[in-house]
Design a protein around this ligand. Structure first.
Ligand code: K7E
Ligand code: CUA
Length: 621
């Protein structure tokens, strides 16, 4: 059924494209308002047709959007732009009980916030394979979400030596690595003191490869490369022609401190780092480098061939590799062009030692030798995404617009204003070796009154752009909690999430599947409660401990029916977990106050959901 509705939606969309072309032709002599909200009625009808997903139909794409400092990932359907679910990653989320049960609490550690920037879908041969979603976070962490159940399974970090992990979590074409880099240089290892006056000499940057296990997706700290104290910003992995390389943009190559908006904007050009990650992998395997903070750190001065610097003007932000891997697009946010570097020319320059100097022993390649073209996209270029047939789309923060252009032609084709102050943009399958085109989402920083007023704390705006024609067109607005940085859009039929956890897969040591097996056991002051949740009761319905006991409650939801979730809310003990069908979750706490504490099911499950309750009694000492 799922597949049929998807096919139907796709067909209907194709019809929409035809209709849209007709409207374009007939509306050409009508005066066009730059504000799409005031577009004429036939334009609006055509746009509505393209985003409408009828009741019961499914969107043909998922969009995974970063939740910024909310610490979460938001899942949208495209083109409807409906928010479908939220995946909690770095922040507790009572809606699913994340951060309350023992396992997720342990994953979060002492941090209850994270700043998510770049979702990165796992890839096989440069195509999204629908297995995992990696997301970075500024406190030096990367998380892995399993797309089989849309749950966070691992949080790696804080990784030693990496301070402000922004240039992450871009994965390599066969998910060998997810990337990491320090936005803020510090003296390393963490904990080392050096006065800020010593910034230029004693503070260090780091770019790193986090190894991904190809079978399990489990991440481990791979290697790190020591760099001068630049602020590493964005990254992207090479692919096809440039497979085996990683790229990061930087600002503040001035090595300045203080008011960076001035002090770090002095140079005409900063750098893009080009890292031969296979060479780094080999150097680490050969035991080169030194252990700093427990990680193998490679010094590029001592190990030539690891790292080269490409000059890129001015204070570049995004760096994006074209689908064929031949071009590395660097966007200097303080200028009006985006630069395409040729990977072939980079290789030739390396071979010919076509350097203009070095930074702490790291060769700087000659700009004129590696530059393929400067594309006059407009003011404040940030990020570039790709479509089929060499199409490229660059976000323009200062212009508040998206420019489309073509690889190889290096000419702007179209420009469309967005509302307002665009950061990233995301195109359908736009980071793969074969982008889909069709849709692009502008992830804008300011929503500027395009929604019902909600007070000063306003959401951000995302706008769906039709890129199926040469002339781009805004189709609809949607809103998201702060702060959507990047997003990735994947074909919906690549994902086949489970709807229940099969009973036979549940290997939790405290799981019980029969109400006969529930009960309370005690070992000294440690009490273990094995509990079953099933429509519409908890078993046991009451249990008792002594004040001061350490209590572990293991709840198994023995349902095997879609959508039959049960919650376990325990009053006055700050506890709410939600247990999915077939899942076992544990909660451990000290019963530090005596009295009678009701527990109840928080997730509506049946006509007798309200009856699903019980009592936890704590005898005074
Ligand atoms: Cu441009 Cu963090 Cu990728 Cu925000 S970053 S926009
Ligand atoms: Cu179980 Cu509501």
């Amino acid at each position: 059924m799922t597949r049929r509705s998807t096919a139907r939606t796709t067909r209907r969309l194709a019809g929409g494209v035809l209709l849209f072309t007709g409207v374009l032709l007939t509306s050409q002599c009508a005066p066009r308002s730059p504000d799409s909200a005031r577009a004429n009625a036939s334009d609006a009808a055509a746009a509505a047709q393209k985003v409408y997903v009828a009741p019961g139909d499914l969107d043909p794409y998922y969009m995974f959007a970063s939740g910024g400092h909310s610490g979460q990932v938001y899942v949208y359907g495209l083109p409807s732009m409906r928010h479908i679910t939220t995946i909690p990653v770095f922040t507790p989320y009572p809606a699913t009980g994340y951060g309350f049960d023992d396992e997720s609490k342990k994953m979060l550690g002492n941090l209850t916030w994270g700043d998510v920037h770049h979702p990165s879908l796992s890839e096989t041969n440069g195509e999204y394979d629908g297995r995992w979603l990696f997301v970075n976070e500024m406190n030096g962490r990367v998380a892995r979400i399993d797309l089989r159940d849309f749950k966070t399974k691992q949080i790696l970090g804080p990784v030693p030596n990496v301070s402000g992990n922004h240039g992450s979590a871009f994965v390599t074409p066969n998910s060998e690595y997810t990337m990491m880099a320090s936005r803020f240089s510090i003296p390393i290892p963490k904990g080392t003191y050096a006065s800020v006056d010593k910034y230029a000499t004693d503070y260090k940057g780091v770019v790193a490869g986090i190894k991904i296990d190809p079978k399990s997706g489990e991440m481990s700290v791979g290697w790190q490369i020591l760099t001068p104290p630049f602020d590493w910003d964005l990254g992207d992995a090479g692919k096809k022609a440039s497979d085996g390389w990683m790229f990061w943009s930087s600002y503040n190559t001035e090595r300045a401190t203080g008011k960076l908006e001035v002090t770090a904007s002095q140079r005409d050009r900063d750098y893009i780092a080009a890292v031969d990650w296979r060479a780094a992998e080999k150097a680490a395997a050969d035991g080169k480098g030194t252990m700093i903070g427990g990680v193998r750190v490679l010094d590029p001065k001592a190990i030539p061939g690891l790292l080269y610097l490409l000059p890129c003007g001015k204070s570049p932000h995004g760096v994006d590799v074209s689908p064929d891997g031949k071009y590395i697009i660097g966007s200097g946010k303080l200028q009006s062009v985006t630069v395409a570097f040729s990977f072939d020319k980079i290789q030739a320059a390396i071979k010919n030692k076509d350097f203009t100097g070095d930074e702490d022993g790291i060769p700087v390649l000659k700009y004129e030798s590696v530059k393929e073209a400067e594309v006059p996209v407009g003011l404040g270029p940030l990020h570039t995404q790709f479509g089929p047939d060499g199409m490229a789309y660059t976000s323009l923060f200062v212009d508040s617009a998206v420019a489309s252009w073509k690889l190889g032609q290096w000419q702007v084709i179209d420009k469309i204003p967005v509302s307002y102050a665009i950061g990233h943009l995301s195109a359908a399958e736009g980071d793969t070796v074969s982008p889909d085109g069709v849709f692009l989402v502008a992830l804008n920083k300011l929503s500027h009154g395009r929604h019902l007023p909600v007070g000063p704390s306003q959401p951000e705006a995302s706008q769906l752009v039709d890129i199926s024609q040469e002339k781009m067109k805004i189709l609809t607005d949607a809103f998201t909690e702060p702060e959507p940085h990047y997003a990735q859009i994947i074909k919906a039929d690549k994902l086949k999430p489970v709807e229940v956890y099969p009973k036979e897969e549940n290997t939790h040591p405290l799981a019980v599947w029969d109400v006969k097996d529930v009960g309370v056991t005690r070992q000294g002051s440690k009490v273990t409660v094995k509990m079953v949740a099933v429509r519409s009761a908890f078993y046991p319905q009451t249990f008792e401990v002594n004040e001061g006991d350490t209590v572990t409650i293991a709840i198994t939801n023995i349902e095997q029916t879609t959508d039959e979730l049960h919650g376990f809310g325990l009053l006055d003990y700050n506890t709410n977990v939600v247990i999915d069908p077939g899942e076992t979750k544990t909660i451990t706490f000290v019963a530090n106050k005596h009295g009678v504490f009701p527990y109840y099911c928080t997730n509506f499950c049946s006509a007798l959901h309200q009856e699903m309750q019980g009592y936890f009694t704590v005898k005074p000492r």
